[in-house]
Design a binder for this molecule. Structure first.
Ligand SMILES: C[S@@+](CC[C@H](N)C(=O)[O-])C[C@H]1O[C@@H](n2cnc3c(N)ncnc32)[C@H](O)[C@@H]1O
Length: 376
């Protein structure tokens, strides 16, 4: 049997990069600082070592050689919610712990590197964080390109993420295009590429990724129709949430209520500025998608569902199992027992079908895997 190329999974969390690369590449090493995440990783990949600890404390010599390294480094300092303190702030600065390992591995460093983060990385510090990151890779001899991919292309969750793919060495034919693609290279990313320093710009490539077939499931298909009774919030909570809606959103609920069939809308609470005042609003969508799952840090980060049927309106939070489905995980994925921990693992994760699509169409071919490229 042909051996598969191997990869290193940094910032591994619950192992969703690994789940996406399953069958294409074998994981040789994984690391995460969070004991709860490591437990989830081990529960789903028994017998496979994941080293728990700070990436800065890993000894590069203890990490095996591999074709690819995946790094979904912490996003808190790059997202609006985290104050955008940038690539040198304590949490997102863990990227440099990863880079320290790549540098110290020298010739044995993986030839392909994937860096995944929020799309806010494109504009963080006026684009300087992305330029620094790409220049770091280019200066080390990698060709670099980036794609913004929405998980909603594959599963019913709106989740835009930036995937930087870097490769050292000859590029196999067919993987690079001479121009950007409207789906994966939005205007902000094209502008960022155009503004790179000259030497980094020389290393830039437009990766060619085929478009996936049309998604065939919407949110309703992934939700439990008969969740535990305890999941439902009281009628008073339901009415309080509806009262936080702007008229347009309330009308959407009323229209759903007028339809006797089962309907579910996804709700997030947001702070909006109205007439110069900060107002907590509840916003509902009925476009068949959930909003971007987040780690449950407070009430406003919870994805809620308003369910209407036969004139009745009810409210409940999205269950962790439903969140796992939105991340593209099968129901056989073992979730942490605590619902809060399980939602944390999901909210921090990378969409499994996005990783798989990248793996099949770009990463496995870059890593020299045989017969990996899907039909374009
Ligand atoms: C965005 S999440 C990545 C999740 C993962 N890709 C998945 O799909 O589950 C970032 C991860 O980095 C871990 N992390 C944060 N700081 C770290 C550090 N200094 N060393 C190692 N891991 C760290 C967090 O525990 C978290 O699981």
């Amino acid at each position: 049997m042909a051996t598969r190329p191997t990869f290193l999974e940094f910032f591994a969390g619950g192992g969703m990069a690994r789940a996406g690369l399953d069958g294409l590449m074998d994981c040789a090493f994984a690391n995460d600082i969070d004991p709860m995440k490591c437990e989830a990783y081990r529960a789903n990949n028994p017998g496979d070592p994941i080293v728990q600890g700070d990436i800065w404390n890993l000894r590069p010599a203890d990490i095996p050689a591999a074709a690819l390294a995946w790094a979904s480094f912490p996003c808190q300092d790059l997202s609006l919610a985290g104050g955008r303190r940038g690539l040198n702030a304590p949490r997102s600065g863990a990227f440099w712990g990863f880079w320290n390992i790549i540098e110290k591995k020298g010739e044995a460093a993986p030839k392909t590197i994937v860096i995944e983060n929020v799309s806010g990385l494109i504009s963080s510090h006026g684009g300087r964080d992305l330029a620094t990151l790409l220049t770091t890779l280019a200066d080390a001899g990698y060709r670099v390109g980036a794609m913004q991919i929405d998980a909603a292309l594959f599963s019913p969750q709106s989740r835009q993420r930036l995937f930087i793919v870097a490769h050292k060495g000859k590029l196999p034919p067919g993987l690079v295009s001479d121009q950007p693609d409207d789906t994966f290279h939005p205007p902000a990313l094209r502008a960022a590429a155009a503004n790179l320093p000259d030497q980094t710009h020389l290393a830039w490539v437009w990766w060619r990724l085929p478009h996936p077939p049309r998604r065939n499931a919407d949110l309703a298909a992934l939700l439990d129709r008969d969740p535990p009774d305890a999941a439902w919030r009281s009628d008073a909570d339901t009415q309080r949430l509806i009262s936080q809606m702007a008229p347009l959103h309330r009308q959407r609920v009323e229209a759903a209520l007028a339809d006797p069939s089962w309907n579910a809308g996804a709700v997030y609470r947001r702070i909006r500025i109205e007439n110069g005042k900060r107002i907590q609003r509840a916003e509902i969508r009925y476009d068949g998608l959930a909003g971007c799952l987040r780690t449950p840090a407070g009430g406003s980060s919870k994805q809620l569902l308003i369910v209407t049927e036969k004139g009745r309106v009810r409210l409940r939070p999205l269950l962790a199992r439903e969140a796992a489905r939105l991340m593209g995980l099968p129901d056989s994925y073992k979730l942490p027992k605590s619902e809060t921990n399980a939602l944390k693992v999901m909210g921090d994760g990378v969409s499994v079908p996005v990783v798989r699509w990248l793996g099949q169409n770009l990463l496995a071919p870059l890593a020299g895997a045989k017969g990996a490229r899907a039909a374009a």
